[in-house]
Design a protein. Structure first.
Length: 265
């Protein structure tokens, strides 16, 4: 009897072992499926991110240029002085002959205007980075992160994935991509002039200040340095010299045989 009882218990143990084995196999399959699915999703997102990264950076640079240029224009508009007449920054030098005029730019005035513009632009950009939204433009596709800006973490804004990825079908749909940029170093400026011949012994003179603002653009998993450049007119106008008695258009032109008579007092 004891042997029969022992023989009757073996099938139950075998059934339990089979059930546990099936549960273990199902659990292993589910784990493998979840791990594979998560791995495939991560790989897909990585490949998609790498393909769209140049588009993200290009879009971020474009929006950054708009915002920084707006701040620069606001700073220039706050100037107390407007564009000067070129004759206000030109000084005549003593010449050996009455028929020739030697002039030069008044560098003191130009340097003063350059320092004023550079200081205003630097101040406005710093205020914008510290959370002063009055210096930032209102763009339809840009949403500013006021909290991050007030923390002094640069100018932070969001754009929809459809806009950043240039997908017209998505439009403003999809998650919003954070974009941040901050100023690198100081604002650089240089002075350039352009002189064009105008009429007889006259010239149209332009003096410009070229500003360059270096910024660091940061998007998820990437960053890029860019330069926002803008030119501001300092002075422009027409400067006239004495009209000569004889005028030739170039050294290869034939010399005239007549002179213009002058009235003698």
């Amino acid at each position: 009897m004891e042997q029969e009882e022992i023989f009757l218990y073996f099938p139950r143990k075998r059934m339990k072992l089979r059930k546990n084995s099936r549960r273990t196999k199902n659990s292993n399959r589910l784990t493998i499926f979840l791990v594979s699915f998560i791995g495939c999703m991560l790989l897909f997102l990585y490949v998609l991110n790498q393909r769209l990264m140049p588009t993200y950076l290009q879009y971020a640079e474009k929006q950054t240029d708009k915002i920084a240029s707006y701040v620069v224009n606001e700073a220039i508009s706050s100037r107390t002085s407007s564009v000067l007449d070129v004759n206000d920054i030109i000084e005549e030098l003593p010449a050996g002959s009455a028929e020739t005029v030697t002039v030069k730019f008044n560098t003191d005035i130009i340097n003063r205007v350059q320092a004023e513009i550079q200081g205003l632009v630097k101040s406005y950009l710093a205020q914008a980075e510290q959370g002063d939204l009055t210096h930032l433009p209102e763009l339809e596709t840009v949403e500013y992160d006021v909290g991050k800006i007030e923390e002094g973490d640069g100018i932070v804004f969001f754009v929809p994935l459809g806009q950043a990825a240039n997908l017209p079908l998505l439009g403003n749909l999809g998650p919003k991509i954070p974009i941040r940029f901050h100023i690198i170093g100081n604002v650089h400026s240089t002075v350039t002039s352009n002189i064009k011949e105008f009429g007889i012994n006259s010239a149209f003179v332009e003096v410009w200040i070229n500003l360059e603002v270096n910024v660091q653009i940061i998007v998820p998993f990437a960053s890029k340095s860019a330069t926002v450049a803008q030119s501001i007119p300092v002075a422009m106008g027409l400067t006239r010299g004495p009209v000569p008695n004889i005028y030739t258009n170039g050294s290869d032109a034939p010399q005239p045989s007549l002179e213009v008579p002058l009235k003698m007092d």
